[in-house]
Every structure is written in structure tokens, then in C-alpha cells.
Design a protein around this ligand. Structure first.
Ligand SMILES: [Ca+2]
Length: 131
């Protein structure tokens, strides 16, 4: 019979012995692996959530900029900044097209991803539960 294997004192793998019987079974290692995979999955979902929030905020910001742009021209002229008003007016054509592209890209992406499952990170990873 092969010699019994033991962990060195203070080993980083000691926590694997979940039931505390002094034996690290294959099942306990598999459990640890599942926990790591679940944590990975959760962090992926959180990242995806943050990314979507950032994109939504950006789309709103762009939309408000677009809606408030004419008022900025009015405001500039009202404040007597006629040159600023002129410059804003000249920029308007390029500005509106650029912002419309951002907003269109956002809604286009929303429409495309809405067809798929909204949380598609789960499709990439498989968590095997072989208890
Ligand atoms: Ca054990």
C-alpha cells in the first residue's frame, strides 16, 4: 500500500477538506472547482451588468446633448456670445450625425441582443453538477 499523503502545516489547500475529516476527496476538489466556476460566472454577469449600465448612460447623455443642443445656441446668443452661437450652429450638422450614430448603435445593439437570450454569458460556460 502506498504511503499516506499529508498536507504540510498551514497549506493553502487545507480549506479543501470541507467536512474536516482530514481527507481531501476527489468530490471535495470537484466542489471547489464548481465554486470557482460559479464565482467566475457571477463576476462575468456583474461585468456585463456594469457594461450595459455604462452604455445606457452614454446613450442617455448623447440623447440629452442632442435635445439640449439647440438651447445652447439660443443661450449663447441670449448671453451675447454671438460668435459662440455661430460656431455651435456650424458644428450642428456634424454633431447631430455623430450623436445620432451613437444612439442608433446603442438601440441597434439592444435590438440584436434582445433576440438572443439577454444573459448570454451562461451559454459560454457550462457548470457540471455531477453530485
Ligand atoms: Ca474531507
Amino acid at each position: 500500500m502506498a504511503a499516506t499523503k499529508t498536507l504540510e502545516p498551514g497549506s493553502e489547500w487545507e480549506h479543501l477538506d470541507r467536512d474536516g475529516d482530514g481527507i481531501i476527496t476527489d468530490e471535495e476538489i470537484a466542489m471547489e472547482r464548481r465554486m470557482i466556476e460559479l464565482q467566475d460566472l457571477r463576476s462575468d454577469m456583474e461585468n456585463e451588468d456594469k457594461k450595459q449600465d455604462a452604455q445606457r448612460n452614454m446613450a442617455w447623455f448623447a440623447l440629452f446633448g442632442m435635445l439640449l443642443y439647440p438651447f445652447s445656441v439660443v443661450l449663447a446668443i441670449w448671453l451675447g456670445l454671438s460668435q459662440a452661437g455661430e460656431i455651435l450652429g456650424d458644428m450642428a450638422a456634424v454633431y447631430f450625425v455623430s450623436v445620432a450614430a451613437i444612439v442608433a448603435a446603442f438601440y441597434g445593439k439592444e435590438a440584436i441582443t434582445a433576440n438572443k437570450n439577454s444573459v448570454n454569458v451562461s451559454a459560454k460556460k457550462t457548470v457540471v453538477d455531477n453530485r
